[in-house]
Design a protein around this ligand. Sequence first.
Ligand SMILES: [Zn+2]
Length: 241
Amino acid sequence: MNLKDSISFFFFGNVCTGCGSSQKFDPWLCSSCKEELIACGERPIWPGKEDAICLYPMNSLTRKLVLAMKYKGMQKIASYLVAHSSVGRKGEALQILESWGKNMAFLPVPVHSARMRERGYNQSEQAAFELALQCNGKLQTNILKRRVYKPSQTLLGSSARSLNVAGAFEAKNAENLESQSGIVVVDDVYTTGATTTSCTRALKRAGFEKIKVCALLYELPASAAMDMAADKKLGWRTERD
Ligand SMILES: [Zn+2]
């Protein structure tokens, strides 16, 4: 085992997050899972709206990665997902992001302060940081704010969840964005788009224009409901919005 592998083993354990095999290729995946990830990130997904793209579909592999990212303290998986979406087909998703404008501001969807305390990080911020790096944009974390703590989305039905996020955000410090050509709101998982739409509305109310959306993963609402039910049985408090 070389030094890099030893360090990786020390920090991340020695099994593939995708298949559990001990033939790990990098901090997270074995070579075949990594190939699979690159293949499923070849084409970005447009979840019905022209101004939103998602880097990967939710499937058994990406779901394991997103669960590890959100609930097992592995926030660097967000950067890993962004970096590997630029490998297939010469980084089609990143080309689209770049075509949206130069010097874009990347705004992560903020997490609830209670969740931030519990988890210690915001995985959307990690994704926004990496996207900004890859696209020569700028990470901006002081514009979008959560208003007040609301009950977990997991406990609410879908219409209540939409209402719950509708007024949940506000945009502050508008002067910080003057030099930017446009905004990309960054989320981890896009399902109905309720959360990012709420962020977009808050930004528009504050006078911003040219607002786009990018999420790491796209999950069909019907699959999300089934996954959440399965997670609940396993004791995971997962959420989608
Ligand atoms: Zn594997």
